[in-house]
Design a protein. Structure first.
Length: 502
């Protein structure tokens, strides 16, 4: 392009502003100057350190330092960069461990990105989304049966400290092996020992081949802990724009709230309830609303969130837990009481709910589990009353036997996700009453051995369940034959135990 009447080219003008560091308070630098900067703008702090504009006061600009704040000096000149805060993204990050700025921290080679995505962006609008109607199996029996997860859903895993929340989330990642889902494990404020345990579980399950590990440990600057989940979502955006399915685990959002509280106090913002700033709800909503299933115009991919949050003595009404519950599509509550009783996973499905996941659940699983929640609720009530009485009626005894059978089926070891076919087979056996009248040891042996036995009879059994999804007469006959053959082989009985069909 040239100016009118001349051949002199017109060049694009860039506005460069500079300022000076007037004060440094941990990760917050107070800068004078930069009169035209905007909130969220990048600031070049020198020595390869960048910062983000976090706020203003009457005279200065408040900048969050990203990187080594020890390099900062009073009076140093800084410059504003007229561009959004972006991180490198791409397929080469799969199988690697990176920090909040997408820099490798696993001692391996430098990663060459495919693109750069903005860290902070508006959540997709309603016209960019499609209905959530695809099932995402997580491999935890209680979740798949009672609290199903759909691709694009935001599910909260909540419970007291050391109740098994991370185990449930890692099982979901391990269970995506061979399903074409890209998983991102976002570790916020965790200790090195906790991270090592998680990495060992993922490696043992073969999940690192399709996963990205993003970390900001408890010794990382609070600024990195604050931006890490947003950076993880930006990484996920790259894959959803290519039509891929993404699962992101935030472990955990409570520590993210702690980091933002520290930043807010350093920014001298007035504290509110529990010393959290007044905009903490907006900060988490800005993150959680970026999940969803997107239409073809936006790539056609899905982004599913599993957010972990911590409660104090099982209190779901705490400030951060209640905020997160209100902005998610469901919750999985892990009970410290059940954990103490030896139930694994310690999920209390009477307090757990999935608002939109039920519509995605396979019909076979839905039809077999429709009455189990009521039966288990009856069992818990009768079990409490039976402790106060020396004897129970025949009807109560029947309820107790069915409840114990359900409990045995739902028990599950850590980092051992199960397939949909195994869940369907176990539920079919429970619904027929095949486990009601056998000993606890035989129940445990059945739960642990029936799936492998089914493969010996029909190697295509799992494929049949995945393809049909619905429970028809042919599938029922197949499972009848498998169960009958199992009991005949293991107990010498030609038929299933008494009580079948009750």
């Amino acid at each position: 392009m040239s100016s009118l009447g001349s051949g002199i080219p017109l060049f694009k003008m860039k506005l460069a502003e500079s300022g000076k560091i007037r004060d440094i308070k941990k990760t917050i630098a107070r800068v004078e100057g930069l009169p035209s900067c905007l909130n969220g703008q990048i600031v070049d702090m020198g020595d390869g350190v960048r910062g983000i504009v976090m706020g203003f006061d009457e005279d200065d600009v408040l900048v969050l330092v990203l990187g080594d704040e020890s390099k900062m000096r009073l009076g140093r000149e800084v410059s504003g960069v007229n561009e959004p805060f972006t991180i490198p993204v791409g397929g080469k990050f799969i199988g690697r461990m990176i920090n909040a700025l997408a820099e490798p921290c696993d001692g391996k080679a430098i990663i060459i990105p495919d693109a750069h995505n903005p860290v902070f962006r508006d959540s997709p609008s309603i016209v960019d989304r499609s209905p959530v109607d695809q099932f995402l199996p997580v491999g935890t029996k209680v979740m798949d049966i009672f609290v199903p997860l759909g691709k694009g859903q935001r599910q909260l895993i909540i419970g007291d400290r050391m109740s098994g929340k991370t185990v449930v989330a890692l099982d979901a990642i391990i269970n995506q092996k061979g399903r074409g889902v890209i998983c991102i494990y976002c570790s916020i404020g965790k200790s090195m020992s906790s991270l090592e345990k998680a990495l060992s579980a993922l490696q043992a399950g073969g999940a690192l081949d399709y996963s990205i590990i993003m970390i900001a440990l408890d010794n990382a600057p609070v600024g990195e802990q604050y931006i890490l989940p947003y950076a993880a979502v930006s990484m996920g955006d790259y894959f959803t724009q290519q039509g891929r399915d993404v699962l992101i685990v935030f472990d955990d959002i409570t520590k993210h709230a702690w980091a933002y509280r520290q930043l807010s106090l350093l920014l001298e913002r007035p504290p509110g309830r529990e010393a959290y700033p007044g905009d903490i709800f907006y900060v988490h909503t800005q993150l959680m609303e970026r999940a969803g299933r997107f239409n073809k115009r936006c790539g056609g991919g899905t982004m599913t969130f599993l957010g972990i949050a911590e409660t104090l003595e099982g209190d779901l009404t705490g400030y951060i837990p209640s905020n997160l519950i209100s902005m998610c599509d469901g919750l999985v509550f892990l009970s410290g009481t059940l954990f103490g009783e030896g139930i694994r996973p310690a999920i209390d499905f009477s307090l757990s709910v999935s608002i939109i996941g039920g519509r995605t659940q396979p019909p076979a699983l839905k039809s077999l589990s429709s009455s189990l929640r009521v039966q288990y609720a009856q069992y818990t009530e009768v079990a409490k009353l039976s402790k106060l009485q020396s004897s129970v009626s025949a009807e109560a005894e029947k309820v107790l036997k069915r409840g114990k059978a359900i409990t045995a089926v739902l028990q599950q070891g850590q980092y051992k996700p199960v397939t949909l076919a195994e869940e369907v087979l176990l539920l079919y056996a429970v619904n027929r009453g095949l486990l009601d009248n056998i000993s606890d040891d035989r129940q445990k042996a059945f739960v642990g051995g029936i799936y492998g036995f089914a493969f010996g009879i029909d190697p295509e059994f799992s494929t049949r369940i995945d393809e049909k999804t619905e429970l028809d007469s042919e599938l029922e006959r197949l499972m009848d034959s498998i169960v009958s053959a199992y009991f005949a082989a293991n107990t010498g009985e030609a038929e299933a135990p008494a009580g079948a069909g009750n």
